[in-house]
Design a protein around this ligand. Structure first.
Ligand code: ZN
Ligand code: ZN
Length: 238
């Protein structure tokens, strides 16, 4: 019997303005049209290590649809530490990118960058990035120069374990928005996870959900900074 995973696609649309606070527009979750209660098979290409206090993500980052140059691969590599430090920051030091294998001219990964988008912060067609279900689980599609807000937003959709934004891949930018990476700059988004002191939807706040499903900790209302995180190992497979 042929088994095909459904695909739910969550897209961030670009409005094409500002830099520090991204403007995204409404979501488009196509295909199954819902929140995706399908069965992911869970044989992801990367692994996630829980060390008891948080998560060290080990991802394959595929450059799809052609071969990037060494200089292009190095440029992507050069941006990854900032993405990791961003996750570290919003997770209060309990998550980071531990290791990224940057695979050239490869179809599947935990993160996929179409080769034509390798130097950009978006994926064309008016979209910044998206998260989809593939043969090995949820994966992010983004530009090779993706900014940390967009990456953290898609990461929130990708990682089932976090149960962000209600645990059902909700967005937090319709009808008011949250001060959260699951929102957008145009809807009051901030580079943090919302909590019960600032969350604006009937489903659980991101931090309430994270605390429910992980050992990560956050005191409501406390957004003190933790600074940069551990060094991410990035291996290029040309
Ligand atoms: Zn949130
Ligand atoms: Zn919220």
């Amino acid at each position: 019997m042929k088994f095909r995973l459904f695909t739910v696609i969550i897209v961030i649309f670009a409005l094409g303005i500002c830099s520090c606070s991204k403007s995204h527009k409404s979501s488009n979750r196509s295909a199954s049209g819902g929140t995706g209660t399908g069965t992911g098979t869970g044989t992801g290409t990367g692994t996630t290590t829980s060390n008891g206090s948080g998560y060290a993500y080990d991802y394959v980052w595929a450059i799809r649809g052609g071969s990037a140059t060494t200089a292009q691969l190095e440029a992507v590599k050069g941006g990854i530490q900032r993405l990791s430090d961003g996750l570290y920051e919003i997770g209060h030091g309990a998550q980071h990118l531990k290791r990224i294998v940057l695979k050239n001219n490869t179809n599947d990964g935990d993160v996929v960058t179409p080769v034509e988008c390798i130097g950009t912060n978006s994926i064309g067609g008016g979209s910044y990035a998206k998260t989809s279900m593939g043969p090995n689980g949820w994966y992010i599609t983004c530009g090779g120069a993706v900014d940390r807000f967009t990456f953290a937003h898609e990461h929130g959709h990708k990682e089932d374990s976090l149960k962000l934004a209600g645990g059902e891949r909700e967005e937090e930018y319709g009808g008011g928005g949250c001060p959260c990476v699951m929102s957008t700059g145009a809807s009051g988004g901030k580079f943090q996870y919302c909590d019960d002191t600032n969350h604006n939807y009937s489903f659980k706040s991101c931090w309430a959900a994270i605390r429910n499903s992980t050992s990560m900790t956050h005191t409501d209302g406390d957004y003190s900074s933790v600074g940069a995180g551990p060094t991410t190992e990035v291996v290029i497979e040309p």
